[in-house]
Design a protein around this ligand. Sequence first.
Ligand SMILES: Cc1cc2nc3c(=O)[nH]c(=O)nc-3n(C[C@H](O)[C@H](O)[C@H](O)COP(=O)(O)O)c2cc1C
Length: 183
Amino acid sequence: MNAGDLLQPTMDILDLIKKRRSVRRFKDDPFPPALLTRLLEAGQSAPSAGNVQPWRFYVVRNREKKEQLCDAALGQMWICSAPVVIVVCAEPERSRISYGRRGSELYALQDTAAAIQNILLTAAAAGLATCWVGAFREEPAARIIGANQQNMRPVALIPIGYAAETPDTPAKRPLHEIVEYLD
Ligand SMILES: Cc1cc2nc3c(=O)[nH]c(=O)nc-3n(C[C@H](O)[C@H](O)[C@H](O)COP(=O)(O)O)c2cc1C
């Protein structure tokens, strides 16, 4: 596979969605900066209520900061094995200005979650592994990345790199259990 293939992946979107896995062991190898930019563009392109785009992406490559993030993530030290960790933050105040409480408490988080999923899927399409990490203490995480804690809420840590494990596909609840047709 050449670099062009990496940047122009072709796969049915549903196949890609089904193939994406949460990976918790990464190779040391870095990945091309152009791919990192692609992931950030994927986040940038997510839908958001009123197109407010209430998010900010902190790219952490510094080892010490990564280790501090692992501590903030309740000791999930495997996160440090990824060459890059993107900390995705929501900026609820931006959504509050347009939509009041519903904006700051709901839309800002929904918008940010959409950006996170865009990043995970774009990474998967490029052959990169990720995991959505939500179990962390927000206050230290914000401090570590130098985010203004008044208006920036860390929502997810996304370790990204080449997979050093191939997780089994976890069971997903069957459609009949989660879908209701109201014909
Ligand atoms: C909101 C959220 C928070 C999560 N937090 C963590 C976490 O802190 N640590 C972790 O190892 N996995 C975390 N995960 C990953 C889930 O465990 C994973 O998505 C789930 O087991 C299904 O596996 P799959 O992603 O391979 O389909 C989180 C996922 C989501 C959506």
